[in-house]
Ligand binder design. Sequence first.
Ligand code: 5GP
Ligand code: MN
Length: 315
Amino acid sequence: MNLTMKETAAKLKAAEKILVTAHIHPDGDAIGSTLSMWLALRQLGKSAQIYLDDVIPTNLLFLPHVDAIKRPTADEKFDADLLVVLDTSTDRIGKVAAMTDAPILNIDHHVTNSNKDDNDLYLEHDAAATCEIMLALCHELGVEVTKEIATCIYTGIVTDTGFFNYSCTTSKTFHAAAELVDLGVEPNYISEQIEKRTLADVKVMSAALQTMQLYFDGKVAGMFIDAEIEKMADTTEGLVDLIRVINTVEIAFILRYQDEKTCRASLRSKGMDVSKIAKSLGGGGHIRAAGCTLHTNFDDAKNILLKTLGEYFKA
Ligand code: 5GP
Ligand code: MN
């Protein structure tokens, strides 16, 4: 069922033991929204815990209370009366899904969230980030937006908007950012932390650029992080943007090796709907930023992705 903001706040207020999670391959919005939700719930006197079935990217370890995020072990259970799933549909939370049978409250901004299992869902697909929703939700809940909460929320907003560059950025986003700065957020500090890369990752950037190929009269650009390059990489976040800027390019992608039978694709566009392409391959996302996991080897994944892109350009 689709909920209003008021109903969403009421669900949170009614619960006592709350398990908070977000999508695997977490980004600033996933982690910023779980941490701000956790801080808000604790302020309301709830017993809350964050579980995320993945590693936290190094450049997000600066976030306040990031140590509170736990990773579930094999069959770990959690006694909850509500499972809050942030920044994703409920199928991308890994082992956390099996930790509890509690009812789900899903809060998201992805157009591709089709709410297959008919959970309680607050979906605002024109919100720039789940963290933008989190700010409004804090107000609805009567939670004081402390500097710590504001820092988490601001981080999610700037990572999902590419520092206010992407088309999802609206005046609402700027109003939210201004409010957060008034609450003590330090934009320069946060930008510096988020943009930090290891030397190895800068080398990965160079190696990845060497693999770049153009397709379909230069309308598509792709980069290939194979097993060898992957070994050196900490994060590949932002790499795809290096080639999206090429003037002929309408869609840029990066294909990343995970293991012999798994690859991940990230797609970015200047206006064409890549969420449709990702969805047709079992993934999802936004119109201009989407992704999917391909359960096959690297060469096949590359062929499948290019074939799908080719069909899309023909249509
Ligand atoms: P990225 O390319 O940065 O991993 O993801 C771009 C956007 O697409 C993000 O909003 C992310 O949540 C979404 N996305 C990436 N991979 C998947 C996927 O496998 N399934 C779905 N539903 N969304 C995805
Ligand atoms: Mn997001």
